[in-house]
Design a binder for this molecule. Structure first.
Ligand SMILES: Nc1ncnc2c1ncn2[C@@H]1O[C@H](COP(=O)(O)OP(=O)(O)OP(=O)(O)O)[C@@H](O)[C@H]1O
Ligand SMILES: [Mg+2]
Length: 326
């Protein structure tokens, strides 16, 4: 329940026409309600706050980035806020992964309907796979789809060598999840949740892991928690139970290579490209490498061929990325 202090502050901010303060108090009330286990009420308030915010955004389009979340105080050294415009359709994914991610987006869009049946959307998602396959991009796309801020957790700031401090910093991040609904992205989560620490550091690594697990367990915010790793094998097994979905990324199959290039180079006529040559050359490259090769090819086409992109140019660019010291 809202405290009388909160109600007074709310009425004051309304009287003063201070929408931001009004909404931020409402969010605190939602956070308190959710801590007290009143999830329905918390969701209802958050939904109202979100729609009021959207209205306010429409009135003042330029104000959005500063409106919701410019992390302040110590939080500013622990998370970086952004407002991605990325969409799921921008990420080239297998049908299966795309459908799974879409389902998660839908659960959040329809969370009031789910709440009516005593259900809640999945909020804790683990992404694993090699570098450059679209994990960070996916976290951004989910934020973009849901119109939520993306808070990238800066693990360098969170993990300190001082005993106990990491847990305190993690608490600040997890507290923020209650206050500001968003997608919280723990990149390279293996640093936090590895099976064993460095030889001389096992005690502290375990403590860090344990507090992360505990915070994950206790979290009942409306925020989404995405974690990504290149080293799933290093993660402590206890971590997997905390996540409600695990999604594995991989290097792109040939048809993805083609989709990525086509998507990246809409300004060029690619009708004459022999795709088999391109995809052969792309063997072993990541999605990020393909994007970079496409950009290289585009530059060559503009500077050396009057804006015409030939198959040879594209294949050469891909080969250069595959074997940069060639
Ligand atoms: N599946 C994809 N579809 C389209 N573009 C992609 C995809 N994966 C990667 N890219 C391109 O590569 C860039 C880097 O990818 P991203 O940062 O998402 O990789 P990552 O899996 O998070 O890698 P890392 O493990 O190194 O953090 C993206 O910004 C995007 O331009
Ligand atoms: Mg990444």
């Amino acid at each position: 329940m809202a405290s009388s202090k909160q109600l007074v502050a709310m009425i004051r901010s309304h009287a003063a026409g201070d929408d931001q303060r009004f909404l931020s108090i409402a969010e605190h009330i939602a956070a308190d309600a959710s801590k007290a286990g009143h999830h329905r009420m918390a969701d209802e308030i958050r939904l109202l706050v979100n729609s009021l915010r959207e209205e306010a955004d429409e009135r003042r389009p330029a104000s959005r980035p500063t409106l919701l979340a410019a992390p302040r105080g110590e939080l500013a050294s622990l998370v970086r806020a952004s407002y991605p415009e990325t969409r799921l359709s921008d990420v080239v994914l297998s049908e299966d992964i795309h459908t799974r991610l879409q389902r998660i987006v839908r659960e959040h869009r329809e969370r009031v309907l789910l709440a009516d049946s005593g259900l809640s959307p999945r909020r804790k998602i683990l992404l694993s796979g090699p570098p450059g396959t679209g994990k960070s991009m996916t976290a951004a796309a989910i934020a973009g789809e849901l119109g939520l801020p993306l808070f990238t957790v800066l693990l360098d700031g969170v993990i300190t060598k001082f005993m106990g401090e990491t847990a305190a910093k993690l608490r600040i991040v997890f507290d923020a999840m209650q206050g500001a609904r968003g997608v919280y992205f723990f990149d390279e989560v293996d640093a936090l949740a590895t099976r064993r620490g460095a030889e001389n550091d096992i005690g502290e690594a375990r403590r860090m892991l344990n507090s992360f697990l505990q915070f994950l367990d206790e979290d009942s915010s409306g925020s989404l928690i995405f974690a990504a790793t290149n080293h799933q094998e290093l993660l402590d097994r206890a971590i997997f139970r905390r996540f409600e979905a695990t999604i594995s990324y991989d290097l792109p199959p040939p048809d993805h290579v083609r989709r990525i290039v086509t998507q990246r180079l809409p300004q060029f006529d690619l009708a004459a490209i022999e795709w088999a040559e391109v995809t052969d050359a792309a063997e072993g490259l990541s999605q990020a490498d393909i994007v970079a090769a496409a950009d290289d090819a585009a530059r060559d086409a503009v500077l050396e061929a009057g804006g015409v992109l030939t198959g040879d140019t594209l294949v050469r660019a891909v080969r250069d990325r595959a074997d940069p010291v060639r």
